[in-house]
Design a protein around this ligand. Structure first.
Ligand SMILES: Nc1ncnc2c1ncn2[C@@H]1O[C@H](COP(=O)(O)OP(=O)(O)O)[C@@H](O)[C@H]1O
Ligand SMILES: [Mg+2]
Length: 257
């Protein structure tokens, strides 16, 4: 069966919090089916609010986020076709790796044998088999995030929403996690939104970058670098990073030389 991946379509999304805080103002863009879009912008510019609205955890004041199928028809968002990974791994401390990864299946009512089998499959693919009996406290920060990423895959989602999954780790671990995010995206084939504050992470992973500031989109940029040219030290990669950096600085009103 050919999988019908959705386009994730943000249509004029605004969110005003009580007290009149305008977190989002008329944000419109699309993440093409199976694409990976990075959303980047200064703290407080509305990235998490946007992701929470896409996940159905927060409502838009006006506008909407729709999943559009290949036939052009909008279809319902459901927990079984959408996975979220937050910036802290949010593992249950009393559960081992397998039982943490299996949790979404447990919530969906899948039998114990099947959910353990499926959890162990994604754990093995993530290279975490030797850690499957460990508790979160017995893992490094990078490993905890890899477990959280494996957990997003266990339900075979059509849409992946990742909120700064690498923000709490050092630069070296971030590069390893980027490889894992890339693998997760490829394996799942899912339409993916990645929030990050790292320009180089955005350029390395994404085919489209949304630069935001103060609740609005400053620039929507296609990343034209071919996958096999994403050497982080190549001239083409560094030029793209510089261009996005300038866009971000301009959006945030920071002067660059
Ligand atoms: N539940 C809330 N109630 C009131 N204001 C909020 C709430 N959540 C977020 N905000 C405000 O909305 C703005 C955007 O926040 P957020 O989406 O978390 O930004 P980011 O993820 O880009 O750092 C900020 O000014 C933040 O203080
Ligand atoms: Mg945030």
């Amino acid at each position: 069966m050919i999988r019908k991946l959705p386009t994730l379509d943000f249509q004029s999304v605004s969110r005003i919090f009580s007290g009149g805080v305008y977190a989002l103002k008329e944000v419109s863009f699309s993440i093409p089916a199976g694409g990976l879009t990075a959303v980047i912008g200064p703290s407080g510019c509305g990235k998490t609010t946007l992701l929470r609205i896409a996940a159905g955890l927060e409502r838009a004041t006006t506008g909407s986020v729709k999943l559009i199928g290949p036939d052009g028809a909008a279809y319902a968002r459901a927990s079984e076709n959408l996975s979220v990974c937050f910036q802290d791994a949010r593992l249950l401390p009393w559960r081992n790796v397998t039982d943490n990864v299996a949790l979404p299946l447990e919530l969906a009512g899948v039998s114990r044998n099947e959910r353990i089998a499926r959890a162990n499959q994604v754990i093995a693919a993530a290279g975490l088999s030797s850690a499957q009996a460990r508790l979160p406290a017995q893992l490094s920060g990078g490993m905890r995030m890899r477990v959280a990423l494996a957990r997003t895959l266990v339900t075979s989602p059509d849409v992946l929403l990742l909120d700064e999954p690498c923000s709490a780790v050092d630069e070296f671990t971030r590069m390893q996690l980027d490889e894992e995010i890339f693998r997760v995206w490829q394996v799942s084939g899912a339409t993916t939104m990645l929030i990050t504050h790292s320009v180089s992470e955005a350029v390395w992973l994404a085919d489209q970058i949304i630069v935001m500031n103060m609740g609005s989109i400053h620039e929507i940029r296609k990343v034209a670098l071919p996958r096999n040219a994403r050497d982080r030290t190549s001239a083409a990669f560094l030029l793209e990073v510089e261009t996005v950096m300038r866009s971000l600085a301009c959006a945030a009103g920071v002067v660059v030389a």
